[in-house]
Design a protein around this ligand. Structure first.
Ligand SMILES: Cc1ncc(COP(=O)(O)O)c(C=O)c1O
Length: 359
């Protein structure tokens, strides 16, 4: 089946027919060995992509990125400790909302959307607020497309003995994510963005050495408690009915990524983002962010004069291209173009010529 819509929204993404066809593998019961083997295969392939299988484990469950955010927060935060949340977009805000729902005291380090976090400010907060247990940041803040620098924050966390929790929902697959260099203790992801599969599965990767500490925390949720998905030997537990077919697709998407090579995937993303940005600027449109802070997968563009988002979205949709609106305070100012998923350069050339025609 061909592509009806070229999805230039930040997930769900267009997938290859190889991944789509994986949905048609056998019907199996999640209580049988076949499923456990599938799940263990996925877990080891995922950890192997980042070469972290020795020190990290992963809890995989049916859910979206928000579920993974909540599962991580619920499972790593002791009741009497505080959480520092670096916010420069919607997903940082959502993280803080989730922590507050779990009655965790949060300290928000807020920046204007699109502005990078300030390491000196973070250090000053850590010096002042001695009860902080976890520092969290969104690696790629999909709201604007800024790629937040995590290496220095990771170093600070190591120096101060804090848990470093990174939301990598929209960066895994598209950006270099070095777990060791960045001192990442916990991170989260979903299948339906730069890992090129369908929506429905999310996961939390965490350091094995954290697990004992996590098990001391009184569960705040049954479904979202990571201890329900990993046993003491770091093998998978299957407590609830998982989305089996979506696991098949994820398994295939990981094989596809392994065949392609992670570094090649990142390189392709970077080239595509550059190509799109150059083409958009050639049309006289202005980008929201300086290119040196942009991720490899999202370009936020100021709406052209005389166009609402609805106009431009509707016209592009007639040509088969689905763009994405700005969020919150950027809702009426920008539109977003994502280069996540299975696309060809022809898709981007077609998008740029459709945009030119519309303008
Ligand atoms: C960085 C980031 N975190 C979390 C989420 C939430 O994911 P979901 O919409 O799958 O719940 C998103 C969604 O786009 C995201 O971009």
């Amino acid at each position: 089946m061909g592509k009806k819509n070229i999805l230039l929204n930040p997930g769900p993404v267009n997938v290859t027919s190889r991944v789509r066809n994986a949905l048609l593998r056998d019907d199996i019961c999640h209580r049988e060995d076949e499923f456990v083997n599938l799940l263990e295969g996925i877990r080891s392939k995922l950890l192997r992509v980042f070469s972290i299988e020795k020190d990290y484990t992963v809890a995989i469950f049916t859910g979206c990125g928000t579920a993974a955010q909540e599962a991580a927060i619920a499972s790593i935060m002791p009741e009497d400790k505080d959480m520092l949340i670096i916010c420069n977009g919607v997903y940082g805000e959502r993280m803080a909302d989730a922590a507050e729902i779990f009655k965790i005291k949060t300290i928000k380090d807020e920046y204007q959307w699109g502005s990078p976090p300030d390491i000196n400010r973070i250090k000053a907060i850590l010096d002042r607020e001695k009860n902080i247990e976890t520092v969290s940041v969104i690696h790629h803040e999909t709201t604007t497309g800024i790629l937040n620098e995590i290496e220095d924050i990771g170093k600070l966390c190591k120096e101060y003995g804090k848990i470093f929790f990174v939301d990598t929902v929209s960066s895994l697959g598209a950006e270099n994510v070095d777990f060791y260099k960045n001192n990442i203790d916990v991170c989260i992801g979903t299948t339906n963005k730069c890992l090129h599969s369908f929506p429905g599965i999310s996961f939390v990767i965490f350091k094995k050495e954290l697990f004992n500490q996590m098990k001391q925390i009184t569960p705040r949720s049954g479904f979202l408690d990571l201890g329900n998905y990993v046993d003491d030997n770091f093998c998978a537990k299957v407590p609830f009915t998982p989305s089996v077919q979506i696991m098949y697709a994820f398994d295939e998407a990981l094989d596809e990524l392994t065949d392609e090579g992670y570094d090649n995937r990142v390189k392709t993303y970077k080239e595509r983002a550059h190509f799109l940005r150059a083409g958009i600027k050639d049309l006289g449109l202005k980008l929201l962010l300086p290119e040196d802070v942009c991720s490899n997968s999202i370009t936020s563009v100021y709406l052209p004069n005389g166009f609402t988002y609805k106009d431009i979205h509707g016209e592009l949709k007639k040509h088969g291209y689905i763009i994405y609106a700005g969020q919150g305070e950027l809702k009426d100012k920008v539109f977003r173009v994502s280069n996540m998923g299975d696309h060809s350069m022809e898709d981007y050339k077609g998008f740029l010529s459709a945009l030119k025609e519309i303008l």
